[in-house]
Design a protein around this ligand. Structure first.
Ligand code: UDP
Ligand code: MG
Length: 350
C-alpha cells in the first residue's frame, strides 16, 4: 500500500469541500496538458462492489484505451464500503497509475460520492460511471465522439429500461412527470448520472453551494450546450442494487424539494379554497337557521369535516417540515464528505 507521502495524501479533505476554490486559470495539471491530448476522468462511486470490481476494470480499461486522442484516469470513490472494495481498488491503483482511489470516511451516499469525484477529478472531460457495468463501457467512446461535435454536455439516455422491473419503470416515469411539472428546470427523462461533461461544466458544478445535493437536478441547472445519445441499459454485472424503494423515495423527495417550492405554495391555495367554501356554507347555515329554526342532527358531517381538515393540516405541516429540515441541514454548512485517504501510484510503472 502506498505510504501517505508517496501517494500525495492528505488525511482529510479541505475542511469544507465547498469553500472557495482557486479559480481563474487552468489547474497545474491542465496547464501541463495544454499540448497533450485531453484527459478524461472516469469517476466511479463504489459502495460494497467487491464482486463487480475485477470485471469493471477488465471491461472498462480496454474501452478507454480504444478511444482515439484521449488520455484517461479512473477516479474511484470508495463510499464507505464494508466489504473488500477498498483493498481491490488500492491493488488496482498499485498496478496502474491511471487508477486513483479516494477513500471516504463512511458511506455518505452516491450523491456525495459523486460530488467528491467532481471536486477531485483532474480531467478536461468528466464521465460519471457506475461500477456495476449497467452502462455499457463502449458508450464512453460514443459520448466522446459527440463531444467532438462541439457540445459541453453529452447525455446518455436509456432508450431501453429492459433491465429494470416494471415497478421501477413506472415509478421512474411518475417521478419525472411530477418533478418536471413542478420544478423550474426540467430534468431530462431516463437520463441517469452517466454522461460526459467538460471542465467548464465541472467547475460550474463546484460553485453550487448546497449540501442537499440532487445531482441530476444540479446537472440540469447548470445548463450548457447539451446533446443526447441513446443506449440500452444492461442488468447489473454482479452484486445487488444499493437503492431500496425507501432510498429512491427519499431521493425523489430530495429532487422535488431542491428544485421546486410548489409543494409549499399549494397550501395557500388549498386553504383559500377551503376557507371560501366554509364561509359560503356558514352563510347558508345562518339563512337556513333563520328560515327553518335550529337543526340538531349533523354530527356525522361535522366529524368528517374536522377529520378531513385535521388531515389536510397535518400534510401541510409535513411538507413544511420537509423544507424546514432542509433549511436546517443547509444552515449547518457541514462538509459534504470527508476523505480518509487518497491512493495513487505516482512513479511510472517498471
Ligand atoms: N453507490 C455509492 N454509494 C451508495 C449507493 C451506491 O457509491 O450509497 C454506487 C454503487 O456502488 C454503484 C452506483 O452508485 O457504483 C450505482 O448504484 P446501484 O447500481 O446500486 O444503483 P441502481 O443502478 O440500482 O440505480
Ligand atoms: Mg446499477
Amino acid at each position: 500500500m502506498n505510504s501517505p507521502e508517496d501517494a500525495g495524501v492528505s488525511d482529510r479533505a479541505a475542511a469544507n469541500p465547498l469553500s472557495p476554490q482557486p479559480t481563474g486559470g487552468p489547474s497545474p495539471i491542465a496547464a501541463r496538458s495544454i499540448d497533450l491530448k485531453p484527459l478524461l476522468s472516469l469517476v466511479v462511486p463504489l459502495y460494497n462492489e467487491e464482486a463487480a470490481i475485477a470485471q469493471f476494470f477488465r471491461h472498462v480499461i480496454p474501452e478507454l484505451e480504444r478511444i482515439p486522442n484521449i488520455r484517461f484516469e479512473i477516479l474511484c470513490v470508495n463510499d464507505g464500503s464494508r466489504d473488500h472494495t477498498l483493498e481491490c481498488l488500492v491493488a488496482a491503483s498499485q498496478a496502474d497509475e491511471r487508477v486513483r482511489v479516494i477513500d471516504l470516511t463512511r458511506n455518505f451516499g452516491k450523491e456525495a460520492a459523486l460530488t467528491a469525484a467532481i471536486f477531485e477529478a483532474r480531467g478536461d472531460l468528466v464521465v460519471p460511471f457506475d461500477a456495476d457495468l449497467q452502462d455499457p463501457p463502449d458508450m464512453i467512446g460514443k459520448l466522446v465522439e459527440k463531444w467532438r461535435e462541439g457540445y459541453d454536455v453529452v447525455l446518455a439516455r436509456r432508450a431501453d429500461r429492459g433491465a429494470d422491473s416494471l415497478l421501477k419503470k413506472w415509478t421512474a416515469l411518475c417521478f419525472y412527470r411530477i418533478h418536471n411539472d413542478m420544478a423550474d428546470v426540467a430534468i431530462p427523462e431516463n437520463v441517469g448520472d452517466f454522461r460526459l461533461f467538460t471542465r467548464s461544466v465541472c467547475d460550474a458544478l463546484k460553485t453550487l453551494p448546497e449540501s442537499c445535493r440532487f445531482m441530476k437536478g444540479l446537472f440540469a441547472w447548470v445548463g450548457y450546450r447539451t446533446a443526447v445519445v441513446d443506449y440500452a441499459r444492461a442488468p447489473r454485472s454482479a452484486g445487488t442494487s444499493k437503492f431500496s424503494g425507501w432510498k429512491l423515495w427519499n431521493l425523489a423527495l430530495e429532487g422535488i424539494t431542491s428544485f421546486s417550492t410548489l409543494p409549499l405554495r399549494v397550501w395557500t391555495y388549498l386553504g383559500l379554497s377551503i376557507a371560501f367554501f366554509a364561509l359560503g356554507r356558514a352563510a347558508w347555515l345562518v339563512v337556513r337557521t333563520l328560515l327553518y329554526g335550529v337543526d340538531v342532527p349533523g354530527y356525522a358531517s361535522l366529524a368528517t369535516a374536522v377529520l378531513l381538515l385535521g388531515g389536510i393540516q397535518l400534510i401541510g405541516i409535513g411538507v413544511l417540515g420537509e423544507y424546514v429540515g432542509r433549511i436546517y441541514l443547509e444552515s449547518k454548512q457541514r462538509p459534504l464528505y470527508l476523505v480518509r485517504q487518497r491512493y495513487e501510484r505516482t512513479a511510472p510503472h517498471g
